[in-house]
Write a protein that binds this ligand. Structure first.
Ligand code: HEC
Ligand SMILES: [Cu+2]
Length: 381
């Protein structure tokens, strides 16, 4: 009868081990939360066993043969009634007090916490490091209380870092915040391991797989960060990583690396490809021609774009720039106007890089660029 059980677990594969234990503890919240969780679980088990046990015992003890006449036998015992009402209420009040204390700890951000902006959108994350540097990965450093000031550009999301035991909803139309203090720094993999992974990824022509490698393209091990509020079709892919640096210097060096294009490393088109991944465009735009929330970039640059207004426009440099800064100005027919504006978030250099990238992957090059000048000067503010 239970022969099928092992195969049922085999489907879960590697995951059973993860589910059987808690994720690693990597913040100051973890010990308290785990203790409270187990305390409540044990209290429940402690009461469940005698209650369920006496249920079965009395069912057996007082059962009558089939056909016996049912009779009422109601008795009252005040001491027992009082004992089982007052006794458990101590446990319930205890759970409330400890739960409330833990909640307040999560709500009370310590003075001087390092503050980062986080934007959640369908389906990804953007962390604002200040000075025009944005990245989907969350980078912080060990021992430093970090406050996240969070906003959503569409629906309700929820940010959850299991290893930190920290979670908070992000509601559109308002800022929500959370904080944590990481206690465990992320290790780095060896240069060789990183070089092999980067090479293999490039050879396959794929984007970086965090799941497969379990470290970032910069070689850092990480903690998982998920969305835990069902937010639509690709909710399950709304994940990113948290890297806890050993020192502030190391963190700053990482931020600097992403703060602008390094001309010795990347051509504008190559940098544009990085921005495509980093700034969340990839969540809505494919590069292989498949339709996601938005049109594929394969057919953008240089093509005639049918607009929802009924007219058409050629997707030249200005059209693309406008689409990034003022997405609602010209909405492509057949799509919802859901793209967030990147005004103030991407520099002109960034936009130039993105345009170059779109050019490089387009299936079409315009034969003649005859867009009338008037079309270029009517950029709405
Ligand atoms: C939340 C989903 C979403 C994100 C994120 C997003 N876009 Fe879009 N984008 C859309 C949708 C939907 C359209 C089509 C409707 C419209 O024109 O506004 C679109 C249209 C465009 C167009 C016009 C395409 C064409 O073929 O006519 C360009 C260019 C564009 N996006 C660039 C970008 C860039 C660059 C980024 C990242 C910096 C980005 N988008 C991020 C959803 C998104
Ligand atoms: Cu979400």
């Amino acid at each position: 009868m239970f022969a099928s059980l092992p195969s049922a677990f085999a489907i879960l594969g590697d995951y059973t081990a993860d589910y059987a234990s808690f994720p690693e503890s990597a913040s100051t919240f973890a010990a308290d939360i785990d203790w409270l969780y187990w305390a409540i679980t044990w209290v429940c088990i402690f009461f469940f066993i005698p209650i369920a046990g006496s249920l079965f015992y009395f069912t057996y003890k007082y059962h009558k043969p089939k056909g016996a006449k049912a009779e009422s036998n109601v008795a009252h015992n005040t001491p027992i009634e009082l004992a089982w009402s007052i006794g458990p209420s101590f446990f319930l009040v205890g759970m409330f007090v400890l739960g409330a204390k833990s909640y307040l700890d999560h709500r009370t951000v310590p003075d001087g916490a390092n503050e980062l902006g986080v934007q959640a959108f369908k389906w990804g994350w953007t962390v604002d490091y200040g000075g025009g540097t944005f990245h989907p990965e969350l980078h912080i450093y060990v021992g430093e209380p970090t406050k996240l000031s969070m906003r959503s550009s569409d629906v309700i999301h929820s940010l959850y870092v299991p290893a930190f035991r920290a979670k908070k909803d992000i509601v559109p139309g308002r800022y929500n915040y959370m904080w944590f203090k990481p206690t465990v720094a992320s290790e780095m993999v060896s240069e060789d391991e990183l070089a092999d992974a980067l090479k293999e990824t490039q050879d396959l022509g794929e984007s970086w797989s965090y799941d497969k490698w379990q470290f970032t393209p910069d070689g850092y091990r990480f903690f998982d960060l998920y969305c835990t509020e069902y937010c639509g079709k690709n909710h399950s892919e709304m994940q990113t990583v948290v890297v806890v640096h050993k020192t502030l210097d190391d963190l700053n060096a990482w931020i600097k690396k992403y703060s602008q294009r390094d001309p010795s490393q990347d051509t504008p088109a190559q940098y544009g490809e990085k921005l495509y991944a980093r700034r969340g465009c990839s969540g809505c735009h494919s590069v292989d021609g498949s339709k996601r929330v938005g049109p594929s970039f394969k057919e953008s640059y240089g093509n005639q774009r049918p607009l929802a207004s009924g007219s058409t426009d050629t997707a030249d440099e200005n059209y693309i720039r406008e689409s990034i800064l003022y997405p609602k100005a010209k909405v492509v027919a057949g799509y919802q106007p859901v793209m967030p504006s990147y005004k103030g978030q991407l520099s002109e250099d960034d936009i130039y890089s993105l345009v170059e990238y779109l050019k490089s992957i387009s299936d079409h090059t315009p034969t003649s660029k005859t867009t009338e000048p008037s079309a270029e000067s009517d950029t709405p503010e």
